[in-house]
Design a binder for this molecule. Sequence first.
Ligand code: GLN
Length: 315
Amino acid sequence: MIIPDWERFVGDMGEIFEDVRGFNEGELATYIPQLSRVPPDSWAMSVCTIDGQRKSWGDSLNPFCLQSVSKPFTYALVHDDIGPEALHAHVGQEPSGRLFNDISLDHNKKPHNPLINAGAIVVASLLKNKTPLADRFDFMIHACRKFVGSGYIGFNNSVFLSERETADRNYALSYYMREHNVFPKDLNLQDTLDLYFQICSIETNCDSLAVMAATLANGGVNPMNGERVVNNRACRDTLSLMYSCGMYDWSGQFAFHVGLPAKSGVSGDMIIVIPNVMGIALYSPRLDKLGNTVRGVKFAEQLVQKYNFHNYDSL
Ligand code: GLN
């Protein structure tokens, strides 16, 4: 077993979980009205190792929308489908140094990376884009089901409608990108944005999200059923981007202090991947100024104080 003393590990994780519960600051996202209506003090955590040891704490079966935590998975699937060259003809690999929804492109007039809104909208435009919109959404939600195995994947239509209704920034970003020929030819902009909002509105819970993260920790193979979801290279590139760009404008600090690939979303969810060891999912909807879950970030910092999981701890 990858974690030999599982009982002790679970005890330590539970202690950190309770400790971090005390961090009550931060605000819920309000720019998508539906996201501001969730219980603000929810707190959940789940772990899943690459050999299927699992444990959950708190409200781990409460559903939430993936929001930006969908971005690494959409990226991995498009990468697996069309390959890195075709994909990166449209989007870079550099941290943006800006907020997640900033209207800016890099010096090649491409989005900085696939894990901020601009880049993720472009990645959505490449997802099975020769097929009808319904098939594209089907492909994505079925792929999410492969990432979770037998866990929960749903769709929150109210969040989708609420987000589409209030998406001026994402429309502005998309028109700006279309002006600079970022998108593939024959783009249907409304379809692309609808697909992007729908992917953000895919729903899961911490217990299942930990399996999605563990699939990335396991090189693209779901550890619960042994099914390959994406190829190794797609998984490797996804983790590289999560390491450098996964936590918005806190990514550099996170890479420095925590040293693990991670991704957060504006619903308050977050995944941390410890390659070849485990995936961790966290959910607490109070966000800091940059849009990261306050408790999730605190948890990550305490985790690497307790265990040598930082990428360079082994030196
Ligand atoms: N759906 C959100 C948006 O496009 C995703 C952003 C996020 O989770 N940071 O604004």
